[in-house]
Design a binder for this molecule. Structure first.
Ligand code: NAD
Ligand code: DAU
Length: 364
């Protein structure tokens, strides 16, 4: 049952990597009754919420955001002051192998959630109506790929290149339209690459840690010179909380860590950290496991965020440098093998066991 004394807030996708970090923050702060709405796909894991799931200001509903009837029931039950929407299919490589789920969840799911939120918002009046917020969590990938210089600002034109980023761009446009057409009080954030504990080992950093200590190849797409701008997940969660609390309606915010690295730099740093914390038994560096594989189709060259607006207007700064954040991350994965073992099972195991080819298309 919802606590009556504090307002409720919905977090969709709260069993995922970023959503669980946000829920751990919000539940611990205690200002809201946090209602986690998550379908529990392969990427959703309630073990990531073990530290807060017994607290009275947390509730979980295993619900698909495409299920309008259940969403309506949840809005009626909790009458939330807002929704922070993270539920999505999030992995670019999976979107290339099978885009259907991305269209369904990221576009149709966001549409369904917007409509349920709009019906709820229309039923409110006074301060409850003016205070309601629909916060859509999006990605810098909607802006496409940068050349060697320049940064993404909030004014960048959209130029998504992968099925994933196209589906996120479509959902961003729906959110924008629901604000301009219906007046729904929306806000939006576009963030760069996150890393940290509880990230599924399909993404670059946890995949490399997992493969390294499992004695598997470290698959580097193409030449490894693509650039990403890395942000520690708890810094992102603090930014989301700040924006949700303080943003004016209709605003968008870029969030990034000002940590541009090539993929090779990331993998080499990880190998050095692992050499220090969990040396290979043969005395060699984990770097010997690096393997060049065929490039990702349509691979965006470089992402980099200009986070000046959120720094200037909301006083947000990342607390972790790439070095401190990566060290924390490596230690967490080494200390939590059971979390990794549980997610590397079932359907997930099939994905991890897929074959790679080299740059000439030869099976590795
Ligand atoms: P994730 O894949 O770790 O988690 C996604 C969560 O959404 C899972 O718990 C999953 O069960 C849930 N979900 C999926 N489909 C659903 C559906 N139909 N109904 C309800 N729940 C569903 O993703 P993440 O990395 O935590 O990303 C969260 C959000 O942040 C996404 O919207 C993503 O686009 C965005 N984002 C991610 C990054 C990043 O680096 N990971 C960066 C910028 C933006
Ligand atoms: O920029 C934000 C985006 O960052 C989010 O919107 C996405 O949800 C999130 O998955 C992430 O997308 P990327 O495609 O940048 O992340 P990924 O970890 O898949 O890959 C990071 C880089 O590493 C990319 O250039 C591809 C490369 N890579 C990735 C994997 C999994 C490899 O070289 N080898 C790999 O095995």
């Amino acid at each position: 049952m919802p606590q009556q004394t504090i307002p409720s807030v919905f977090v969709t996708g709260g069993a995922g990597f970023i959503g669980s970090a946000l829920i751990r923050l919000l539940v611990t702060e205690g200002k809201y009754h946090v209602v986690n709405i998550d379908k529990l796909t392969y990427a959703g894991n309630l073990e990531s919420l073990a530290s807060v799931s017994k607290l009275p200001n947390y509730s979980f509903h295993q619900t698909d955001i495409c299920d309008r009837a259940t969403l309506d029931q949840l809005f009626a039950k909790y009458s939330p002051v807002g929704t922070i929407h993270l539920a999505a299919e999030s992995h670019v490589d999976r979107s290339i192998h099978g885009p259907g789920d991305f269209i369904q969840t990221n576009i149709n799911g966001t549409f369904t959630l917007l409509e349920a939120a709009r019906a709820h918002w229309m039923s409110l009046d006074g301060e409850k109506k003016s205070g309601f917020r629909f916060h859509h969590v999006s990605t810098d990938e909607v802006f496409g790929s940068l050349g060697d210089s320049g940064l993404f600002t909030e004014e960048n034109a959209y130029q998504p290149n992968s099925p994933y980023s196209a589906s996120k761009a479509a959902s961003d446009h729906l959110v924008r339209a629901w604000h301009h057409t219906y007046g729904l009080p929306t806000i939006m954030t576009n963030c760069s690459n996150n890393y940290g504990p509880y990230q599924f080992p399909e993404k670059l950093i946890p995949l490399m840690i997992h493969n390294a200590v499992s004695g598997k190849p470290l698959p580097i797409y193409g030449r490894g010179d693509n650039v990403r701008d890395w942000l520690y997940v708890d810094d992102h969660a603090r930014a989301l909380s700040l924006v949700f609390e303080h943003s004016s309606v209709g605003e968008t915010w870029n969030i990034g860590g000002n940590n541009e690295k090539t993929n090779l730099e990331v993998v080499d740093t990880l190998c050095q950290l692992l050499d220090r914390h969990r040396p290979r038994t043969d005395g060699l560096s984990y770097a010997v496991q690096k393997t060049n594989v065929a490039d990702r189709p349509g691979h965006d060259k470089r992402y980099a965020i200009d986070a000046t607006k959120i720094q200037r207007e909301l006083g947000w700064q990342p607390l972790e440098t790439f070095e401190t954040g990566l060290e924390k991350t490596v230690r967490w994965y080494l200390d939590n093998p059971e979390w990794v073992a549980h997610v590397v099972s079932g359907e997930y195991r099939n994905w991890m066991a897929r074959n790679y080819t080299d740059r000439n298309g030869v099976q590795l």
